[in-house]
Design a protein around this ligand. Structure first.
Ligand code: HEM
Length: 367
């Protein structure tokens, strides 16, 4: 009775709402969401980056579906991307959005990851938010690696070939893993078909599942406050309503992100190289995209110190250990307060940024 009063006069609209509400519990959900708040302090602007990452992911899905209409995996892959880029009306724009949104998504994801790290948002009870996040990072890198081959131009061919050669050097599972990914001993049309399946079916299904858990957990726990805020007495901490006060700011950031994406796409539309030629030598100065440059440089340095399969194995092993350390940070800094463990986590975070930046810069300087 009380509900129908708050809905106002008995119009067709309110009757329809009541019909839906009875079946979908809309007012229960609205009641839950209307109570959600977001901490307000001098670091609050970092809370936008998860949403910005999500915006770019949505762009990836929409532009990816549009590209699918004309993209042809297999022997015609290169020709279909050439057609999209140079002949199809606005094809260059859709492909450009997909290309730049992938790059910006990874950039936003790194900013999001390090900002939640320094806010200590992985601490109890948010450990699973962190762990699902680490999975999202790996899946996003998987998207980038599998998508890179799809145009099948010279650059994408050799970059994938080098990537899979590295995977092959892993002991025991390496050769089998590389053979399964390639569909044989070389990167061919069969490889495109496999990467395509991974890129448009397997990874999207996995990311949707993990992302749903990630977002439900955030709804459950809300945004974490940084330790400097947590230290304040409760009556000194400020917060704003998620609906609509924070949400309006969130939408503004998404629109700014989309504007920036459109701008870079128009200014720097991605081109296509010459078709992949497995018999040709690898082009001079070939290197992976920026988000794989630090790993690439690490492998190169290690390869110089310890050449051969053993060097590659140790360097891949060390990178796997670093990733594991990153994943278990919530178990290291688990006391919920300042102290030795919190300090250890700070060092891990700072060291990670320094290593990533130095190795990436070094890799570019060495080209
Ligand atoms: C596809 C990639 C990702 C998407 C779309 C995404 C999306 C989001 C969104 C929308 C939020 C809520 C707003 C915010 O706090 O920024 C959030 C929070 C969070 N994310 Fe992510 N995220 C992604 C990757 C990651 C990664 C790689 C990590 C860390 C390894 C991570 C860890 C977290 C944590 C711990 C929170 C809770 C923050 C808090 O309580 O304040 N996320 N994410």
């Amino acid at each position: 009775m009380a509900k129908s009063k708050s809905l106002g006069p008995d119009t067709m609209g309110t009757r329809f709402y009541k019909w839906l509400d009875e079946r979908l519990a809309l007012s229960t959900m609205a009641g839950f969401l209307s109570k959600k708040t977001v901490p307000q302090h001098k670091h609050s602007h970092w809370y936008y980056w998860g949403g910005i990452t999500l915006t770019f992911l949505i762009v990836q899905f929409i532009t990816g579906i549009l590209l699918l209409i004309y993209y042809k995996p297999g022997p015609d892959a290169f020709e279909s991307v050439r057609f999209i880029t140079y002949e199809l009306e606005f094809g260059w724009f859709i492909r450009g959005l997909h290309h730049w949104s992938a790059n910006l998504m990874l950039l936003a994801l790194f900013i999001h990851m390090f900002s939640v790290f320094f806010m200590r948002a992985y601490r109890r009870p948010r450990e699973f938010g962190w762990w699902t996040g680490v999975l999202l990072l790996l899946i996003t890198l998987g998207f980038a690696f599998s998508g890179y081959l799809l145009p099948f131009d010279e650059l994408s061919y050799f970059a994938t070939k080098i990537g899979l050669d590295v995977a092959e050097s892993l002991p025991l599972i390496g050769p089998a893993l590389a053979a399964i990914a390639r569909g044989g001993t070389d990167v061919t049309y069969l490889t495109i078909q496999r990467f395509f399946t991974l890129h448009i079916i397997v990874l999207p299904l996995i990311i949707l599942g993990i992302l749903t858990i990630h977002l439900v957990l955030i709804l459950k726990h809300g945004n974490a406050s940084p330790p400097s805020e947590e230290a304040k007495p409760k009556n000194k901490r400020k917060e704003i309503k998620f609906f609509w006060d924070f949400f309006v700011k969130d939408i503004t950031m998404w629109l700014l992100a989309l504007n920036f994406l459109i701008l870079v796409t128009i200014l720097f539309p991605p081109q296509l190289g010459s078709p992949a030629d497995p018999l040709a030598p690898a082009p001079e100065g070939i290197h992976p995209e920026w988000y794989f440059m630090s790993q690439y440089q690490f492998l190169k340095i290690f390869g110089n110190i310890l050449p051969g399969a053993i060097g590659e194995f140790i360097s891949i092993g060390l990178m796997a250990c670093a990733l594991l350390l990153w994943a278990i940070v919530p178990l290291i800094d688990n006391t919920g307060k300042a102290g030795k463990r919190a300090k250890a986590a700070t060092y891990i975070g700072l060291l990670s940024i320094v290593i990533l930046v130095v190795l990436t810069a070094w890799a570019y300087l060495a080209i």
